[in-house]
Design a protein around this ligand. Structure first.
Ligand SMILES: Nc1ncnc2c1ncn2[C@@H]1O[C@H](COP(=O)(O)OP(=O)(O)O)[C@@H](O)[C@H]1O
Ligand SMILES: [Mg+2]
Length: 250
């Protein structure tokens, strides 16, 4: 992956500039994202909120490099996505971006250990299995290494997904409604773990959620509505981009 070379790139994790996403549908093109401008600094914790269908997951897919913007510029960790070929993009994602989904996305035919280790092996790490075991122990699953996803509870599956996401030591963690499929208490445990790992690693966190309490755990909240950013506030209430916020060094 390319490393940020300028002072600005060294402090910026995500930069979206006029990002649009238009996809075809039977009824004609759908304008899903309609011009997003967003800068997220390294180490920030940002929640993304907004009603269902407002474009939160689509924005995440673009930041992850899993979906290409139809228009505008996407730069993540100093790497500009526009024009990158799929292999380079996939390598960047593998090394720098951890992703956690609502429905876990574990490979059902692999054990917990393999789910975490195989991506590390693909990344060329010869300590893949040791590292994977260590990460699973860190999320409290040291006793479940050889279990398949179907033999794990929802909370355990999401712990496995968290271990997988953090194992390569990503600069950026993207989480799309990570507690959406879990009961309240289990969800709470996952969130505690997520923030603990984030703090330990200093990872930039973008957390999609419709839970206001959870959103408030992040230092900043971005609100989407109908494919546009309609609010961007520091939790505490200061608007990003406001003169007052700039004066405060935000
Ligand atoms: N592949 C697709 N083709 C057409 N429309 C899509 C596609 N994926 C998502 N959409 C539409 O884009 C809008 C935003 O979806 P999404 O990003 O999933 O929103 P959210 O995560 O905020 O619920 C929705 O109206 C959805 O129906
Ligand atoms: Mg969504």
């Amino acid at each position: 992956m390319s490393r940020p070379s300028s002072g600005t790139a060294a402090t910026i994790m995500i930069e979206l500039d006029g990002v649009e996403l238009t996809l075809p549908s039977a009824a004609g093109p759908v304008h899903i994202l309609r011009g997003l401008d967003l800068v997220i600094g390294r180490g920030e914790t940002v929640s993304v909120v907004g009603p269902s269908g407002s474009g939160k997951s689509s924005m995440m897919m673009i930041v992850a490099g899993l979906e290409r913007a139809s228009k505008g510029a996407v730069t993540v960790g100093g790497t500009r996505f526009n024009g990158l070929d799929e292999d380079t993009l996939a390598r960047f994602r593998r090394d720098s971006v951890g992703i956690v989904f609502q429905d876990f996305h574990l490979v059902p035919t692999m054990t917990a250990l393999e789910n975490v280790a195989i991506p590390l092996e693909f990344a060329g790490r010869d300590d893949a299995f040791e590292r994977a075991a260590e990460c699973l122990e860190a999320v409290g699953l040291g006793h479940r290494l050889t279990h398949y996803p179907g033999q794990l509870s929802g909370g355990e599956q999401q712990r496995t997904a968290l271990a997988r996401a953090f194992a390569p030591g990503p600069d950026l963690l993207l989480a799309d409604e990570p507690t959406g499929n879990l009961d309240g208490e289990t969800g709470q445990q996952i969130i505690e773990l997520l923030f603990q790992l984030q703090a330990e690693h200093g990872t930039t966190l973008v957390l999609i959620t419709h839970d206001p309490q959870l959103a408030a755990r992040c230092a900043r909240s971005v609100k989407l509505l109908d494919g546009l950013i309609v609010d961007d506030v520091a939790n505490g209430g200061t608007k990003y981009g406001d003169p007052a916020a700039s004066a405060a060094g935000l």
